[in-house]
Design a protein around this ligand. Structure first.
Ligand SMILES: *Cc1c(COP(=O)(O)O)cnc(C)c1O
Length: 371
């Protein structure tokens, strides 16, 4: 049997990620591969760092893209910042907080869980209680934009609380970056990770991260080696940092980085604030259309993410049948429920390039036709 080239169908991606990748980004990724230590490539990496500093709204020197998807950015933060015996307050209001717990424990840390119902924001008063009850905690970790439920937490307040109790912060911004206001320096976030394939609309496979001086100092003070060789920041920085003299650590995913660079150039052209506004505008249009169809949101209005709309599946409707008809008849992907919300909700993404009035109309019309 001869296996032929793979040609994927042309879908519209309105799920929880990956989001639609624009033609410009795809074309950038098709440009010739150069060596990862080629001076031209190093120049592009420096620009990528500057552009990441812009989207994160930070001056942090330690800002770069981990060569792997968002989950690796998560591991990078925990592996470097958590030492055996460290106590970490982990806020959980969905799937990804649970993964943070796993990370803490695999690094030999102790996770103190603060639980909130799925679909709700993290409750700052519960976090404050946990901080008071655990004066020996050194880190607070939470998810800014819970993609599994569509709820947004108040990152600024949570970071302030953590600092008041002498803790550093690890923030998951995989779904929030470029989709919703996020100000790393102004809010004082110590360590943050994101992903290339959500509101940046680059291809999956890269995880932008940023660490401030307090986080870098904690890493320098470590008395044990970072348990992951690949994600050890001391080693990675010899590759991404160090003006001019870059040492081989691993081979960067060269073409994937062309794509991230282009996606960041696109955000810069639009303007970060305009991107946030566009996500909000299209969310409102989708919300109005869905509510007219009698489809309701699971998250209270003030905590809703504009880029991830979690809605209750109408009574008597077959979840899987609707999603497969959307895919087969309309080439439209929307997301299923995750974890305890499986079978109960749909997650409609309006992320990055996919957040457009055209897609809002397309999704509403397709859903109406199928239902
Ligand atoms: C998607 C996502 C991740 C994981 O990113 P991958 O690129 O799938 O590894 C982590 N946290 C949140 C909140 C996400 O939405």
């Amino acid at each position: 049997m001869t296996i032929c080239s793979f040609h994927p169908p042309l879908r519209t991606l309105m799920g929880p990620g990956p989001s639609d990748v624009s033609e410009r980004v795809l074309q950038a990724m098709a440009r010739p591969t150069v060596g990862h230590l080629d001076p031209s490539f190093i120049g592009m990496m420096d620009e990528t760092k500057q552009l990441l500093q812009y989207v994160f709204q930070t001056k942090n020197e330690l800002t770069f893209a981990v060569s792997a998807p968002g989950s690796a950015g998560m591991e990078c933060c925990f592996a470097n910042l958590v030492e055996p015996g460290d106590k970490v307050i982990v806020c959980q209001n969905g799937v990804f907080g649970g993964r943070m717990k796993e990370n803490v424990e695999r690094c030999g840390g102790i996770a103190v869980m603060v639980q909130d119902d799925w679909g709700h924001a993290v409750d700052p008063s519960k976090v404050e209680d946990a901080l008071k009850a655990n004066p020996d905690a050194c880190l607070v970790a939470f998810v800014h934009a819970e993609t599994s439920t569509g709820a947004q937490s108040d990152a600024k307040t949570l970071v302030e609380l953590a600092h008041n109790h002498g803790c550093l912060t690890i923030v998951d911004s995989v779904t929030s970056l470029a989709g919703t206001p996020l100000k790393v320096d102004e809010w004082g976030i110590d360590a943050i990770y994101s992903g290339s394939q959500k509101c940046l609309s680059a291809s999956p496979g890269l995880s932008p991260v940023s660490f401030n001086q307090h986080a870098a100092d904690k890493i320098k003070r470590r008395t044990t080696k970072v348990q992951s060789w690949f994600l050890d920041l001391n080693l990675v920085m010899g590759y991404w940092g160090g003006e001019g003299k870059r040492a081989y650590h691993h081979t960067a995913p060269v073409n994937c980085l062309y794509g991230l660079h282009e996606s960041l150039v696109i955000v810069q052209e639009e303007g970060l604030e305009n991107s946030w506004d566009r996500h909000q505008r299209n969310h409102v249009a989708l919300r109005d259309g869905l509510e007219q169809m009698g489809i309701n949101f699971i998250v209270a209005k003030q905590d809703r993410l504009p880029q991830l709309n979690a809605v209750t599946i109408p009574e008597g409707v077959d979840d899987a049948a609707v999603r497969s008809r959307l895919l087969n008849d309309f080439d439209l992907e929307i997301g299923a429920g995750l974890g305890s919300l499986a079978g109960k909700v749909w997650r409609i993404g309006l992320m990055g390039h996919a957040s457009s009035q055209k897609n809002v109309d397309f999704c509403l019309n397709s859903l109406r036709a199928v239902l």
